[in-house]
Design a protein around this ligand. Sequence first.
Ligand SMILES: Cc1cc2nc3c(=O)[nH]c(=O)nc-3n(C[C@H](O)[C@H](O)[C@H](O)COP(=O)(O)O)c2cc1C
Length: 177
Amino acid sequence: MKIKVLGGSTRKNSINKIWASYVAGLFEGGQVEVLDLNDYKMPIYDEDYEQEHGVPAAAVNLLEKLQEGELLVISLSEHNGSYTAAFKNTFDWLSRVESKFFNGIRVFLMATSPGSRGGIGVLEAARSRFPIHGADIVGHFSLPFFNDNFELEKGLIDKQLKDKLLKEIDSIKHLFK
Ligand SMILES: Cc1cc2nc3c(=O)[nH]c(=O)nc-3n(C[C@H](O)[C@H](O)[C@H](O)COP(=O)(O)O)c2cc1C
């Protein structure tokens, strides 16, 4: 199964990129490719800019990459209760390539943050919005207290949360057989 991975921010050491990469690795037999928003930099969305210059190639290229995958494992970073500016900007541009740009892509949707809410605000925003753009959300998960619950060498160390995550992954395995 081809899995694309995306973290929701441009931060070099994005915890969401680390987390999404780890979770993608829990899908057995996955060919994982980690994408980085930094490789798809786009100007701030502006209708006047679009009229003059069109949609940036970066948006078209990113969409092509996403659509190659059979599953998108994405973890969204939360800024002030919602998407980071970088992710929202990317999202807006992708929606200008094609409104239903997810085009039926299966999405395992997550968020993590260092705090107690685990990015639940951005997760809920995406859960209600992504399907409008054609995403098929097959599972979702929020990880609170990232720095306490995750270690680079060991992965997710909280047993209860790990069981919950593995159960969520297990429940969608049949979709990829
Ligand atoms: C401007 C700003 C706003 C933030 N707002 C929130 C927030 O609303 N909720 C939250 O849990 N963390 C918030 N944080 C902390 C982020 O969750 C934290 O920086 C996290 O590392 C961001 O994810 P990333 O590492 O994937 O970029 C905020 C951080 C910044 C810089």
